[in-house]
Design a protein around this ligand. Structure first.
Ligand SMILES: Cc1ncc(COP(=O)(O)O)c(C=O)c1O
Length: 475
């Protein structure tokens, strides 16, 4: 390595990063990748000779950066994708240079991870015993928690191996709401649960899990010889921001000896916001919680967290020994809590840097910012003669639709129109939103999770929706 060249290229990259993030709002929200370019990128032909370090920045500037899908742009409302925090961007670079393998041995970043996990648990309002691990995202955190729940249940029933394992495992049954994120179904499949034994509990008109239906399903399954072991609730459903009734679900779990895992990938820190706090009563009694710092906290992708009230239950599920890895039993390795052995230290440092930069009050102010903007959007939708609000969630996800066209009036025509409106808004590049199935109908959905977003961006979004609808209705 030529240190001078390295230093110069790093400085150039730092300048580029500052310009890129500093001017993000001036560029299009999205730009489709021309198909020839897409194919060239995907071709994967490695030249025989290496290239200068300087070619890297040129390549990113020319071939990658011009084609974002919104993430980071303040008028991007499609999914729960936020821009990277400034502290997180710097921390990512630093942690990459240190390149710690945070699964084994001793690393200051591994200890820092324990600390930020505690910070997250405290922000979420979980019990003081809570520990866990950082993950690549919410999907992986859901998987770890379901894995821990399964092992906990098997141990509790003296069924960790032999015929008892086979008999108990074959009857395991879990429950999630019909609004659950699909990563819960993936996790269930990975731990060996057949799809028909992950039961979808119906939700109420507010998209919250119907606890009486849950109770009845658990009773019926137990009566037929199945073994209910886990309920997964939503703290912020993906489609509409619904928060399931935590305390009532925990009561069902405690009555029948089930694990209560909550998927709070994006809504898991809602207890910090005064207007949301009542919905989050009972978080301290959960068995586990998924939180995704790379969503509402703007920690660079990918940073999720599996938080478990009794962290030893993660170890029961994931601590495996090998002669070439003699760990310290008093100060367990982080790989004992997860399925990864070699793990990046970037997650711990980016999360730590972001949290320290914000402080507790900054975190609350950030979440409140999303709330305020979502309230503004809801109000604008309600006042707009051509739009109708579909969900009344207090979390910052706003589902809305075009008011029925007096000429067609057919719901299916409206669903097609919503898909076409979203596509047209996306293609024009001034704002970006997506559709979602809400109450069986395809409607428009806007998520607010960007610290740069202002009411002007919300206004732009609605102007774009309105213009797209008019265009489509008249052509
Ligand atoms: C409620 C919920 N759970 C889990 C996930 C998956 O998280 P990730 O994309 O970080 O794997 C998402 C993603 O949007 C989500 O909304």
């Amino acid at each position: 390595m030529d240190l001078k060249v390295f230093r110069d290229e790093l400085a150039a990259a730092a300048d580029w990063v500052a310009d890129y993030l500093g001017q993000i709002a001036r560029r299009p929200v999205a730009r489709p990748i021309p198909s020839a370019h897409r194919q060239a990128l995907a071709a994967g032909v490695l030249p025989q000779e290496g290239q200068d370090l300087g070619a890297l920045l040129d390549f990113v500037d020319r071939e990658i950066a011009p084609f974002p899908t919104g993430n980071g742009h303040p008028a991007f409302f499609a999914w729960i994708n936020s821009p990277p925090s400034p502290a997180g961007v710097i921390a990512e670079l630093l942690a990459t240079a240190i390149n710690a393998t945070c699964g084994m041995g001793e690393h200051a970043l591994m200890d820092l991870e324990r600390g930020v996990v505690r910070d997250l648990a405290s922000l979420a309002g979980m019990a003081p015993t809570t520990g866990g691990v950082l993950t690549s995202g919410g999907s992986m955190a859901n998987l770890l928690c379901l894995g821990a729940a399964r092992t906990w249940f098997l141990r509790h029933h003296g069924a960790t191996d032999g015929p008892a394992y086979d008999q108990v495992h074959a009857r395991l049954t879990a429950y999630h709401s019909d609004q659950a994120h699909m990563s819960v179904a993936k996790a269930a499949a990975v731990i060996g649960l057949p799809p028909w034994r992950l039961r979808a509990v119906p939700s109420t008109a507010e998209q919250r899990m119907d606890v009486e239906a849950l109770r009845a399903m658990v009773d019926a399954d137990r009566a037929s010889g199945l073994l209910p072991f886990c309920v997964v609730s939503n703290l912020g459903s993906t489609a509409s921001g619904a928060v399931d009734p935590i305390e009532a679900i925990t009561r069902v779990c405690r009555t029948h000896g089930l694990w209560h895992h909550a998927d709070g990938a994006w809504g898991g820190l809602g207890a910090l916001v005064p207007e949301l706090a009542p919905l989050y009563r009972g978080v301290a009694d959960l068995d586990s919680l998924t939180v995704d710092p790379h969503k509402t906290l703007s920690v660079p992708v990918g940073c999720g967290a599996a938080l478990v009230t009794e962290p030893s239950r993660l170890r029961d599920a994931f601590a495996f020994r090998a002669s070439y890895l003699a760990g310290d039993q008093d100060w367990p390795w982080m790989s004992d809590y997860t399925i990864e052995l070699t793990r990046p230290g970037t997650r711990a440092l980016t999360l730590w840097a972001t949290l320290r930069h914000l402080g507790r009050s900054g975190v609350i102010a950030l979440l409140q910012h999303y709330q305020d903007l979502a309230r503004y959007l809801r109000r604008r939708v309600q006042e707009h003669p051509g739009l109708e609000l579909c969900n009344d969630s207090t979390l910052p996800v706003v589902c809305f639709r075009l008011a029925a066209d007096t000429e067609t009036g057919r719901p299916d025509a409206r669903a097609d129109l919503h898909t076409a409106v979203a596509a047209r808004v996306q293609a024009r590049g001034h704002a970006y939103l997506a559709t979602v199935c809400h109450d069986g109908e395809t409607v428009l959905r806007a998520c607010v999770c960007n610290y740069l977003t202002t009411t002007d961006d919300v206004d732009t979004l609605l102007e774009e929706v309105q213009a797209a609808a008019e265009h489509l209705r008249t052509t």
